[in-house]
Design a protein around this ligand. Structure first.
Ligand code: SF4
Length: 340
């Protein structure tokens, strides 16, 4: 075992967080946890993990469910393509692998929504296979310990980091090695603050010695943020309102929303809107996604739509929680309880 691996595993045994998916070797449960935990904080992810394994104890149970139920359970986690991919892949597990989660790395990697990181995580955590994980935490930690300036968003850089992670992994205990390296990246060597005095790698860390911590890891490209202007029309008549499903290949695909008008600029041109005479109140929310900034305005209209639209579904306002809706709308409804 490398000294690196020894140090991180010793630290891990004493300092790890207790999370339910680290207590199981059930590959299906580990897969669920890995997909849920992408872009999600541990505290929030834990309750979703529990909800999913309670409702769908096996991959076949998940496969046999309908998409609306799954999206509803997923609500609030964001990045809904993850939930759709889970459902799709659960059907593959049911039909191609007789309901048993695959054990072969290539088969795991072939599942929709599973990349090399997730396949390595499942292979090592569930089956103790020697597959080194490289996620954002590992990139940051390795780039600092070894003071590597190769960009982590270049294919050359990614190959270099994968090779380094493969060289460092402990053959006898790849699962614990992988957990340890990610945990130190998540808790100690964080993006904003490197807690070097608590770090088991302090004496080996080149970035620390050379004062390059703030410059590691290196990224080639800057993330471009696109601003979009959404105008939601909340029709309210008697106890009813209207929703439409987002069927386009775009954010929030297959979720439900209030009828939407998207514009290029902030103010809505009411002359172009069929319901122009009916607008009378509005509130705004700015919502940040990884590559988009949504500036949403909610227009309240106390009547039925004056124009017939096939896409619109008339629902009882009290039933809105039966529909999977984007967290932006959920947040708005919670802050405006008079609506629901
Ligand atoms: S010593 Fe500091 S910079 Fe280096 S790996 Fe540890 S926390 Fe990160």
């Amino acid at each position: 075992m490398s000294e690196f691996s020894l140090l991180i595993q010793e630290w891990y045994r004493l300092n790890k967080r207790e999370v339910p998916w680290r207590k199981t070797k059930n590959a299906y449960h580990i897969w669920l946890s890995e997909i849920i935990m992408q872009q999600t904080r541990v505290q929030q992810g834990t309750s979703y993990y529990q909800k999913f394994i309670d409702k769908f104890p096996t991959a076949t149970d998940l496969a046999n469910s309908d998409e609306k139920t799954i999206l509803n359970l997923w609500q609030g986690l964001g990045y809904y393509s993850r939930a759709r991919n889970l459902h799709y892949s659960a059907k593959v597990i049911r039909d191609k692998f007789n309901g048993d989660f695959p054990t072969d790395y290539k088969d795991i990697l072939s599942l929709k929504g599973v990349g090399t990181y997730t396949a390595s995580a499942i292979s090592s955590f569930a089956y103790n296979q020697k597959k080194a994980v490289v996620d954002g935490n590992v990139y940051r930690l390795l780039s600092r310990v070894f003071d590597i300036d190769a960009p982590i968003d270049s294919s050359k850089g990614q190959k270099l980091f994968q090779k380094l992670a493969d060289d460092l992994i402990d053959s006898n205990n790849p699962a614990e090695h992988n957990q340890a390296i990610m945990e130190i990246g998540a808790l100690i060597c964080t993006p904003k603050l490197a807690k070097c005095n608590e770090c088991p790698l302090l004496n080996k860390c080149l970035s620390r010695a050379r004062n390059t911590i703030p410059n590691r890891p290196v990224k080639e490209k800057k993330t471009k943020i696109r601003t979009r202007f959404f105008h939601f029309l909340i029709f309210k008549y008697d106890k009813f309102t209207f929703l439409e499903q987002r069927i386009e290949k775009d954010i929030w695909q297959n979720l439900y929303q209030f009828p939407l008008i998207e514009t290029d600029k902030k103010p809505i041109n009411k002359e172009k809107v069929h319901w122009k005479k009916q607008f009378h109140e509005s509130s705004q929310i700015t919502h940040l996604l990884s590559h988009q900034r949504i500036q949403a305005t909610f227009h309240h209209i106390n009547s039925l739509p004056s124009v017939k639209d096939e896409k619109l579904e008339k629902i009882l306002i009290q039933d809105i929680n039966d529909y999977p809706i984007p967290s932006l709308i959920d947040k708005y409804l919670k802050e405006n309880i008079h609506l629901s």
